[in-house]
Design a protein around this ligand. Structure first.
Ligand code: PYC
Length: 332
């Protein structure tokens, strides 16, 4: 039966929405968040569809549920939801979730200003700064990120060839730097990014194998990251990240920034200890840093950190009932 009332703390992280669902959690089977993610997708996906798609959500909507931890050393676990499914990891989602949960008293850290969270992609650590009731910023020590494919050529009908890299930062990203057939993100409209991204992603999916060495359920290119000139003082780089079917991230994208750091490190352009301020399509900023290096399967990898901020926008009680023909939402 499709029926429920879901209390949500709505927020945004540097411009991109985060809906932290605080009631109506389904019981999930599995030993870790990767298995629980699969269980959610198989048995409870109607909740995601109802809360993410129009008319209750929109193309950019993303959210999260907090669960008890799966590991002894963790404070909590997070399941991410969005229009495309359940991401293994979501950076802006984590920053929004931690901010909303701490400010609302839903998470009690064992050590002030620090959290350890189980997520489907593995385990992440969090530092955050709080002034009074407000969380000023959140820093994520993300799962290891690595360059999976370098200088791949994609033949895009109607556009021409693109030379791209593919990097993992919690999701797999095609990274497109300015070149002959792509003048850079500030020279393309949002409509052009939305037009070409799904085609580029599809071609990359067919041509480039991406399977995470430690978890085969994490596989396939899901996002396209276009780079270009910056518009905000202090930024080192800019991106527009395409996800889902019609979304461009309004935040600088946490997993996308992690993937970008891995690409820049593999290409010798960013070293351990160096910071990279990454700006989004609207000019909002995350601070990325390469903390250390490690290995993921046969790949050289980095351990990235990402810092950003979020604000609560409201409290929402969302009703879903199958007497509504659009209970599961729709896409146009
Ligand atoms: O911040 O990792 C992120 C993200 C993924 C999709 C949208 N934002």
């Amino acid at each position: 039966m499709i029926k429920g009332t879901f209390f949500c703390v709505d927020a945004h992280t540097c411009g991109n929405p985060v809906r932290l669902v605080t009631s109506g959690h389904p019981d999930l089977q599995g030993r870790n968040m990767s298995e629980k993610r699969q269980d959610f997708l198989e048995h409870h996906d109607w909740i995601r569809q109802a809360l993410m798609f129009e008319p209750r959500g929109h193309d950019m909507m993303s959210g999260a549920f907090l669960y008890p931890p799966c590991s002894d050393n963790a404070d909590a676990a997070v399941l991410f939801i969005e229009t495309s499914g359940c991401l293994p990891m979501c950076g802006h989602g984590t920053i929004g979730t931690v901010t909303a949960a701490i400010e609302s008293g839903l998470l009690q850290p064992r050590e002030p200003g620090k959290l350890t969270l189980d997520v489907p992609a593995g385990q992440i650590r969090i530092d955050y700064q709080q002034t009074g009731a407000r969380v000023d910023w959140v820093r994520i020590y993300n799962v290891p990120a690595y360059l999976a494919h370098r200088d791949a050529i994609l033949a895009v009908p109607g556009l021409g060839e693109l030379r791209v890299d593919v990097a993992y930062g919690g999701n797999y990203y095609v990274i497109v730097d300015p070149q002959e057939n792509f003048p850079g993100l500030r020279h393309w409209s949002a409509a052009e990014i939305l037009r070409w991204s799904p085609i580029v992603r599809q071609i990359a999916r067919e041509q480039l194998s991406c399977v995470h060495p430690d978890d085969a359920t994490v596989q396939g290119v899901s996002h396209v990251l276009w780079t270009g000139d910056t518009i905000t003082p202090g930024s080192d780089g800019a991106n527009a990240v395409f996800y889902g079917d019609k979304a461009i991230d309004r935040s600088p994208c946490g997993t996308g920034t992690s993937a970008r750091l891995a690409q820049l490190h593999a290409r010798g352009r960013l070293q351990v200890g160096e910071q990279y301020t990454h700006e989004s399509i609207i000019g909002s900023q995350f601070i990325g840093r390469i903390e250390s290096v490690t290995r993921v399967g046969e790949f050289d990898a980095i351990c990235p950190s990402i810092q950003g901020w979020a604000r609560i926008t409201g409290h929402n009680s969302i009703t879903v009932d199958d007497s509504d023909p659009y209970a599961l939402g729709f896409q146009v």
